[in-house]
Design a protein around this ligand. Structure first.
Ligand code: PMP
Length: 454
């Protein structure tokens, strides 16, 4: 055998051995997952991960292996473990699907779990839909979106047209940003509680998530120390979402300034999901675009501001090289966002003020009612600054919100269990829906709570 053949044979054997070890590792991870579930423990245990990381770093020194390669490899292994252990988590989406199934059986359900405005999109939508055919919208189009729409949106965000890309919802924009800007083994920072898709997108792309746990006691605010402690040489992005889903929280300006400063110092991308930008109560949240940071990506949407969730249209705001990367994957996977829908969005945004104003006022009033009735029944929470939710817990010790959500659903009210947003098993999220249904839902919630725990 020649030298090269001999080496190839060895590489083959080592690779197959590694795959076998991966199988053994995955099986054990599953068993640990079952044990964690029965003990009520969370899937991700960052302390454990750090212990493993330290051991790997030590070994790298001993055997003279590049530490960053090893830690990327370790991140992939950790992600696999998280994936196999995350199967049974209840999220707002899984509760919604259960609620829908019950409705199909004829049961009446009050939806306090779902994250969409339950009012209609503006009238302009109706007119525009009727015009689409005659105007000739309905062909393939430019990947980044139709020029007129990009132009108006760029003015709104005080950027240039090259900074805008239309996407089928903010969700896809988030997906594009995470998958095209980062590589497997890279790390992102997610401040929890958080919308679950950030973590899921990263896991799907082999990217390691470092979670920062915030608490009710610290008003859901992360500290700069927490962020600094989570940053290492593999960290490439931090995700912000204010007003926040699920807490409704905005960050104090000084803290946001400090976070942006930290991101700049470490050359991190800042993915700021500003989908709830129009839903705020007192002070308009500071927009990330005002920092002029070249590594920021801002995601926005027509879903919430205009109650157009089902139209699937949103957009990303970023520097052209970032937009270029994201648009390559969008071209590959979608060609472009549906032209008729872009036309509808264009007509809506041309006369935005009244529609947004009206929706903002509706959400504001509903949040007020939600806060009052949550106070009345003794829930514990921070009053939201915006968005459409309230993230609360009860005064009862050992309260399990996942179990409670299941029990409440049987009595006709769907809520979103906190475990879908991170390590928050005692919390649940309530959506600010129509007043009558909201009040009815809160009465049932209170009754069942007292019945089970009182
Ligand atoms: N970001 C956040 C924080 C959300 O809550 C949601 C939807 N619930 C999305 C993005 C997705 O928005 P879109 O409908 O524009 O995809």
């Amino acid at each position: 055998m020649s030298d090269i053949e001999e080496h190839r044979k060895k590489i083959e054997e080592i690779t197959l051995e590694m795959i076998k070890l991966l199988k053994t590792r995955t099986d054990i991870a599953k068993q640990i997952g079952d044990a964690k579930a029965s003990l009520g423990m969370t899937v991700t245990d960052e302390e454990r991960e750090d212990t493993l990381r330290t051991q790997v770093a030590k070994l790298c020194k001993e055997i003279d292996l590049d530490q960053s390669t090893a830690s990327k490899f370790l991140n992939l292994l950790l992600n696999e473990s998280v994936k196999v252990q995350s199967d049974n988590k209840q999220t707002h989406l899984s509760m919604f699907l259960k609620a829908k199934a019950l409705e199909e059986e004829g049961k009446k359900i009050i939806h306090l779990e779902v994250g969409e405005p339950d009012f209609k999109p503006p009238q302009e939508v109706k007119t525009a839909l009727a015009e689409v055919y005659d105007k000739g919208y309905g062909k393939y189009g430019p990947t980044k979106g139709i020029t007129e729409l990009r132009k108006i949106l760029s003015k709104d965000s005080t950027v240039d047209i090259e900074n805008i890309m239309i996407c089928p919802g903010a969700r896809f924009a988030v997906y594009l940003a995470i998958t095209t800007l980062l590589n497997p083994g890279d790390e992102i920072i997610v401040i929890e509680p958080a919308w679950p898709a950030y973590k899921d997108c990263a896991l799907n792309a082999g990217i390691k998530v470092r979670t920062i746990k915030t608490t009710l006691e610290t008003k859901w605010e992360p500290s700069i120390d927490q962020i600094n402690n989570a940053i290492n040489e593999n960290t490439k992005m931090i995700i912000l979402n204010y007003p926040n889903n699920p807490t409704g929280k905005n960050l104090p300006e000084k803290l946001l300034d400090n976070i942006m400063q930290t991101a700049k110092e470490h050359d991190l991308y800042v993915l700021s999901d500003e989908i709830y930008e129009d839903y705020y109560l007192d002070d308009e949240p500071k927009k990330i675009v005002t920092y002029g940071y070249e590594k920021s990506i801002i995601t926005k949407s027509f879903s919430k501001s205009f109650a157009m969730t089902g139209f699937r249209i949103g957009y990303a705001v970023a520097e052209p090289p970032i937009i270029e990367k994201m648009s390559k994957l969008q071209a590959l996977s979608l060609t472009n966002v549906s032209e008729p829908i872009q036309y509808v969005a264009l007509q809506v945004i041309k006369s935005p003020f009244e529609a947004i104003q009206e929706n903002t006022e509706t959400i504001e009033a509903r949040l007020g009612i939600l806060v009052e009735s949550a106070k009345d029944i003794g829930l514990e929470f921070i009053e939201p600054d915006g968005a459409m939710y309230l993230f609360a817990k009860t005064k009862y010790k050992d309260f399990d919100a996942t179990k409670f959500s299941e029990q409440l659903l049987e009595r006709g009210v769907a809520i979103a269990p906190g475990e879908g947003f991170g390590d928050y098993k005692e919390f649940f999220r309530l959506t600010a829906i129509d007043e009558t249904k909201l009040k009815e839902g809160m009465i049932i919630l209170d009754t069942i709570l007292k019945e089970l725990y009182g």
